[in-house]
Design a binder for this molecule. Structure first.
Ligand code: HEC
Length: 368
């Protein structure tokens, strides 16, 4: 695309309206992996014409707008919020407004202060405004967060920790004793600590959760031993095990089923019960090279976590369950790191009754 000859060749393609749908689908399918300023320029008229169409698909329009960083869609996003203040509209429009936070500051502030919004939407508007204006965003957060029910608050803390601005605000609330270490998790603690490496408050939080994690692991070791004993006596139901195994296929492959963002589980018939239980209950201990949880921090402060699918000069691709991929162009990458002591595999069995764990293990041991 940097080659003027090629540009000349493709320009008529972009000019022909018949190709527009196809070009947009192509851009979405590649998530803009072949981005360049020239390409954005070529797409610009298409974006404008999409925006005016009757029966326009605004979800698609915004997805394209985000890839191309089409700040011109701000007024479109503001219009749709003015017409319809439901959660779906706001959640779709917010990232577009955030392409140009300075210009949309007033609107972002109004949304962040809007007490009539459902909790999860309010969380998104506050998180966005915090990024746009950390100083003005903080008091809004500080007056909203403590009033939430404990489990909702915990989910909010987790969500907010996924951006450097959110992490800094949480750190302040922790220092002010509005929050305590218990309101975090090991994972959210690592986000605060990565954001503010030198902060003593972050260090103390990280120490707390490192100790806590060790204790949890000691309990898991006991649980693995205990379940190994039980498995000797208890007959598992292979059919129930197979049904439970469907959630594992979101990452693992068996034959031609499932996804390949974790080791294939074919041939597991030969695996010992104790080793299987260890892999399932203590994934963080067995974390193998390449399968650790990876965190990418964008220059705008937002973080993406998951399996490092690829990293090259064009950008980084992070995959999550079901091989849902997020591409972050190299230009947007602030930092790329592996999360210490965390596998990409979550410990899924904590909440499962013992009988079901045995069902699952017995099913896995049928995989040739
Ligand atoms: C979010 C993705 C993900 C899900 C969901 C998942 N796993 Fe894993 N699993 C992994 C990764 C990644 C590894 C590689 C080991 C590591 O580094 O922790 C792994 C390792 C394993 C291993 C050890 C494999 C080996 O070759 O050492 C077993 C067994 C396993 N998983 C079973 C399961 C089962 C059973 C389920 C469903 C209850 C499941 N996994 C769900 C990602 C996942």
């Amino acid at each position: 695309m940097q080659n003027p000859k090629i540009e000349k060749l493709v320009a008529p393609l972009f000019a022909d309206e018949k190709n527009h749908d196809h070009l947009v689908d192509l851009l979405l399918a590649t998530q803009g992996r072949v981005q360049s300023s020239k390409l954005s320029k070529l797409f610009s008229p298409i974006v404008s014409s999409l925006a005016g169409q009757p029966g326009e698909d605004s979800n698609k329009l915004y997805q394209v707008g985000l890839i191309l960083k089409a700040g011109q869609l701000s007024s479109h996003a503001l219009d749709s919020i003015a017409k319809n203040k439901d959660a779906a509209t706001i959640n779709a429009a917010l990232p577009i407004l955030m392409l140009n936070p300075k210009k949309n500051m007033k609107a972002l502030e109004t949304l962040a202060k809007d007490g009539s919004l459902p909790t999860t939407t309010r969380l998104e508007t506050i998180a966005a405004f915090l990024r746009a204006d950390p100083k003005a965003g903080f008091p809004i957060l500080a007056s909203w967060l403590p009033g939430l029910e404990k489990d909702v608050q915990q989910a909010a803390v987790d969500r907010l920790s996924l951006s450097t601005h959110g992490a800094r605000a949480l750190l302040r609330l922790l220092a002010d004793k509005v929050l305590t270490a218990e309101d975090f998790t090991y994972l959210s603690a690592t986000r605060l600590s990565a954001t503010a490496k030198k902060s003593p408050v972050a260090r103390e939080l990280m120490n707390h959760w490192t100790k806590e994690k060790k204790q949890q692991d000691t309990l898991q070791i006991k649980k693995v031993d205990h379940l190994t004993e039980i498995a000797k006596k208890l007959e598992g139901n292979v059919e129930t095990g197979q049904a439970l195994f469907q959630m594992c296929l979101a990452c693992h492959a068996v034959g031609d089923q499932g996804y390949s963002i974790a080791p294939a589980l074919d041939g597991s018939a030969s695996r010992e019960t104790h080793a299987l239980l260890t892999a399932l209950l203590r994934p963080d201990v067995a974390v193998e090279g390449g399968y650790g949880l990876t965190r990418v921090t964008r220059k705008d402060g937002t973080m993406v976590e998951g399996y490092l699918y690829s990293s090259n000069p064009t950008g980084v691709t992070i995959a999550t369950q079901g091989n849902v991929q997020t591409f972050i162009p190299r230009n947007d990458v602030q930092a790329e790191s592996s999360v210490p002591g965390k596998s990409f595999m979550p410990s899924l069995l904590d909440s499962l009754p013992e009988q079901n764990v045995i069902d699952l293990i017995n099913y896995i041991q049928t995989l040739e």
